[in-house]
Design a protein around this ligand. Sequence first.
Ligand SMILES: NC(=O)C1=CN([C@@H]2O[C@H](COP(=O)(O)OP(=O)(O)OC[C@H]3O[C@@H](n4cnc5c(N)ncnc54)[C@H](O)[C@@H]3O)[C@@H](O)[C@H]2O)C=CC1
Ligand SMILES: O=C(CO)COP(=O)(O)O
Length: 327
Amino acid sequence: MSDYRITVLGGGAWGTALALTMQRAGNAVRLWARDAKTVAAIGKDENPRYLPGIKLDPTLDATSDLKAALADADCVLVVTPAQVLAQVLDDIQPRVPEGVPLVLCAKGIESGTGRLPSQIASSILPQNPVAVLSGPSFAADVARSLPTAVVIAARAEAEAAALAHRFSTESFRCYSTDDLTGVEIGGALKNVFAIAAGAVTGAGLGASAQAAMVTRGFVELRRIAAAFGARPETLMGLSGLGDLLLTCSSVQSRNFAYGLALGRGEELSGRPLAEGVATAAIAARIATERGVDAPIITAVAQILAGHVTIEEAVAALMSRPLRQESE
Ligand SMILES: NC(=O)C1=CN([C@@H]2O[C@H](COP(=O)(O)OP(=O)(O)OC[C@H]3O[C@@H](n4cnc5c(N)ncnc54)[C@H](O)[C@@H]3O)[C@@H](O)[C@H]2O)C=CC1
Ligand SMILES: O=C(CO)COP(=O)(O)O
């Protein structure tokens, strides 16, 4: 084991899976969870609420003491939901020395402000380098050491590459890039399309509708990314096309499962985290503000807000003026 100390914040599915992975990669890991019950469960080598049925490494350490978790950290992975990222960063700000890299693992856009995770981090901890970890990766697969590839983005490619080397294992392969914005937008928006894909399936609209929706959704994703100055090829990669392929096709995705329930007219309250719900509304607003044509994102936001039914949204999408595919 190396003496590189990684603190993972968040004892949910992804935080636990990443803590296991960081440990397998030979780092000294401390996992912080706010919930004492989760800490106690991890002490018994399980996390039944978030990773049911998976036996954890007995050497994985968890604590609910934030100060102890952050002491002497060389790197901090922030693995809490996007909508609480600012609050978590505010909490850790006095305890993280300048220069310690923050690796942001949430996939979403902040409601109300429209900030991407890296923008939130740069405003709260401006003296800390920021990286983002994203890509097609179900926590349960990663926890089980199934082969997975992700991408790490930082403004300086060398920083992303250094982290990629520290985090990679035989089964967890990290690519690197300097297109931070592209990676963040890919990760955030795929959740909106995963909800749409689930809804298409749940409403019984057929496999052809599913393929059309994902393909045209990908067009919207690339348009929005371009409006933010992201590089088109980033969205063709793991955090973009890769994550769309995964989450728009699998009920293992909580966003897809949320959409499925929506399409079937089932109860939606009390479900596991589906980041796309909050992101849909703010992404639709951003698209309007930036003059980007994003009818599917807008439709998802309107359906989730209860302004239109799935049937009405589909009818509106299908009756839009015909155009060249490349427009
Ligand atoms: N589960 C997965 O397969 C993957 C998840 N992600 C992303 O990682 C982020 C976290 O997801 P999961 O761990 O899966 O969610 P989760 O719902 O399993 O766990 C969320 C964790 O955050 C904690 N939390 C919530 N609010 C908090 C607050 N205010 N302060 C401190 N802790 C708080 C919860 O107690 C819980 O431990 C999301 O943005 C998700 O999109 C990314 C890749 C894979
Ligand atoms: O981001 C993920 C896989 O890459 C996890 O997706 P869900 O949050 O929809 O479960």
